[in-house]
Design a protein around this ligand. Structure first.
Ligand code: FES
Ligand code: FES
Length: 156
């Protein structure tokens, strides 16, 4: 066990855990941040996506000791007030079906729009290819990303 300092959603947490345990387990089981989901546990589904800085990463693949002191953002911390524009677009387009994969999808979409504010279909498909949806909501995800992009551009 080790004392590890984590910066999550702009709050500092001290946790006493094995430094090799994946970040996902600490988020969910130690800190109660259950918006980030466990899917495959082997880096293949994207359910567990969070941001490390501005990059979308798979929290099931990151030993918690490796991210000590780095800025981590989860779905709970995406917007300080109300919904993030990507979440609003998700609601407008009724993207979610069962919802299980959607936190990870949204975190990947937000990271995409930060690096490319006007992605075309191909860029969206490439950026979102690591996020699987068993309900097959891919077409609505693409539509929602285009809508969020348009709204963010118009608000500039
Ligand atoms: S749970 Fe992490 S990629 Fe599937
Ligand atoms: S909405 Fe059900 S798995 Fe994606």
């Amino acid at each position: 066990m080790a004392q590890i300092t984590l910066s999550i959603n702009s709050r500092v947490h001290e946790v006493d855990v094995d430094s090799e345990i994946p970040l996902l387990w600490v988020l969910r089981d130690t800190l109660g941040l259950t918006g980030t989901k466990f899917g495959c546990g082997i880096g293949q589904c994207g359910c567990c996506t969070v941001h490390l800085g501005e990059t979308a990463v798979r929290s099931c693949q990151l030993p918690v000791g490796a991210v000590s002191g780095m800025e981590i953002r989860t779905i709970e911390g995406l917007s300080v007030e109300g919904l993030h524009p990507v979440q609003e677009a998700w609601c407008t387009e009724n993207v979610a079906q069962c919802g299980y994969c959607q936190a990870g999808q949204i975190m990947s979409a937000v990271a995409l729009l930060k690096s490319n504010s006007k992605p075309n279909d191909e860029a969206i498909d490439v950026a979102m290819s690591g996020n699987l949806c068993r309900c097959g909501t891919y077409k609505r995800i693409r539509k929602a990303i285009h809508l969020a992009s348009k709204r963010v551009e118009e608000a500039k």
